[in-house]
Write a protein that binds this ligand. Sequence first.
Ligand code: CO8
Length: 261
Amino acid sequence: DKSSGYRDIQISYTADHVLEITLHRPEARNALNTNLLAELSRAFTDAQADPDIRCVILTGGDKVFAAGADIKELAAHDATTIRDDVRPTYWAVIREFTKPMIAAVNGYCLGGGNELAMHADVIIAGENALFGQPEINLGIIPGAGGTQRLLHAVGKSKAMEMVLGGTMIKAAEAREVGLVSTITPPETCLETARELASRIAAKSPLATMAAKKAVLQAYERPMQEALLFERELFAALFDTEDMKEGVHAFMEKRQPTFKGL
Ligand code: CO8
């Protein structure tokens, strides 16, 4: 059973090709300790390999998304041990996940928690959500991509305010600055994420993966190269059965059924 054997996360499959991953360390505000990250990495590895999964929702539940790296674990490190730390290999699995990922965020979304949320393609937040990079208060800086992804998400001035000042922003401001796509009442945050996930999971998985890959190229390449890359992904989709199905369904005025072929 693929959903068993986890301690610090819970995973559940829904009928419509969506996998839901719930961070589950309520006693530590879902702080991302090494075991939790290892379990996340295992869940994403399985989800990547499973053709039945077309979209992933990542949530921390109703109260808190995640309060960051586990500070009690960090306390034991020095520069040498942190350089050799295994955790970046777990983060890499999440970063390299090619299927669409939605984060449903309620409550605190801080430090490594915010960095994790920013690995998602879309962030949906409850009105009670609070986003921040408080590492500076501990005498460190974000170490799982926060300095880069936050800059892209909210622009330099707001990113610097958050990273230098440890300033938290509420959900409404997070949407205003572009960190979050949609805000909802806290009770319907997960439901809103599920609706979007189901909509995405009904598309051609080849097309959604190509779309994600193309958009993320903006982080990797200059414009001209990224446009060529987009053009090639676009062209390759014309040889898929899903493209033929999508176009025929439109012309026959029916809903398409995509198979990922
Ligand atoms: N790590 C470990 N334990 C935590 C963490 C954490 N990040 N956050 C909360 N907890 C624990 C508390 O110690 C407490 O435990 P106990 O009951 O045993 O005392 C329990 O959770 C409840 O916490 P609070 O009583 O503080 O709960 P509040 O609701 O009053 O406050 C907050 C919640 C605001 C979230 C508060 O707990 C807080 O400020 N937490 C720390 C936030 C923070 O600084 N995060 C940044 C961490 S550094 C980081 O993320 C670096 C990322 C780099 C990744 C690099 C990977 C290689």
